[in-house]
Design a protein around this ligand. Structure first.
Ligand code: BJW
Ligand code: ZN
Length: 260
């Protein structure tokens, strides 16, 4: 809970953000937790009931596409009934507070876009995108899909437009994400276990390039080692508080500029 986050740490983090000319954020499943979306690795996470190798690899899809679609259709149904939370909204507001801002997410749920984030890089694709395994055509589909949906153009099986283990990230997206974190003065690492590569390496890449890393999570992760600051509690509580402090500092900066 942010009740236990020391206000001086929140102020320190807000000062880093307000002083930055370029800010990036790397988010994971934890930011959607308070919207009611399960994470992957925590208690109640997807990988507690499903082995990742059975539902999130190209081999699994070749072996049993119906099982894989069952997993993704279940998640699409769940997501159709949830809303972005205060954490998503705070990150969207941060984008409008002056610095250059890029939001890099590992999430496929589309909630950052729904909250209003515009400069958004989805490293692991999007669950509402459907891709043909034959002609590679892509389209966005929010309708219910059958157990084994097929492409109307070529008849081949359709698959979810997400990145499975062993697959490369979407072309171009990775390069843009690397550039954004390397150029940032401050990187927020929010709600990710920071163990899935190459996404997690962005935190280390930023630190190496001199960016100040701020970790926001319910518990420290391996990224704590390279973070300048760690804020431990719920993202949906900490982010609005933090962004409110950045907003106040920006207003002060503006007043100083006009009076000096
Ligand atoms: C809260 C909170 C609250 C909770 N507030 N916080 C180097 C070393 C070892 C292995 C590899 C390596 N390089 C590559 C690999 C292999 C593999 C990998 O990383 N494996 C490791 C896990 C061992 N990586 C890949 O295969 C990647 N591809 C690749 O490397 O390709 C190379 C290649 C190149 C050229 C040709 C061919 C290949 C692809 C990785 C794809 C990951 N896909 C998934 C599924 C996506 C689709 C779907 O959603 O179904 O992505 S797996 C899953 O993990 C999903 C997530 O995006 C990803 C990250 O999880 P995330 O977001 O961190 O969630 P959790 O649950 O782990 O953590 C939640 C966190 O939130 C926790 O810390 C909580 O404490 C916190 N939290 N509530 C704040 N309220
Ligand atoms: Zn097709």
């Amino acid at each position: 809970m942010s009740g236990v986050v020391d206000p001086s740490l929140l102020d320190g983090a807000a000062r880093l953000l307000a002083a930055a000319r370029s800010v990036a954020a790397l988010t994971g499943a934890g930011v959607s937790d308070e919207s009611g979306v399960p994470t992957f690795r925590g208690a109640g996470g997807y990988w507690k009931n499903h082995r990742a190798e059975d539902v999130a690899t190209p081999t699994a899809f070749r072996r049993d596409p119906a099982l894989v679609w069952e997993f993704y259709n279940y998640r699409r149904d769940l997501l159709a009934g949830v809303e972005p939370n205060a954490g998503h909204r705070a990150l969207a507001e941060l984008e409008s507070l002056g610095a250059r801002f890029t939001l890099v997410t590992q999430n496929v749920d589309g909630l950052h876009a729904r909250a209003g984030s515009a400069r958004l890089l989805e490293l692991h694709g999007n669950i509402w995108v459907v891709r043909c395994t034959g002609c590679r055509g892509e389209h966005t589909s929010r309708e219910a899909l059958g157990a084994l949906p097929r492409c109307t153009a070529c008849g081949a099986l359709l698959r979810p437009g997400v990145v499975w283990f062993g697959e490369p990230l979407p072309p171009g997206v990775w390069e843009q994400a690397e550039r954004a974190v390397a150029e940032s003065d401050c990187l927020l690492v929010v709600g990710t276990s920071a163990v899935v590569q190459p996404a997690a390496s962005l935190a280390w890449r930023a630190a190496q390039a001199g960016s100040r890393v701020i970790e926001i999570n319910t518990e420290p992760t391996p990224a704590r080692d390279i973070a300048a600051l760690g804020l431990y509690g719920q993202a949906g509580v900490i982010l609005p508080d933090l962004v409110g402090r950045v907003r106040a500092l920006r207003v002060q900066q503006g007043t100083q500029e006009t009076t000096s």
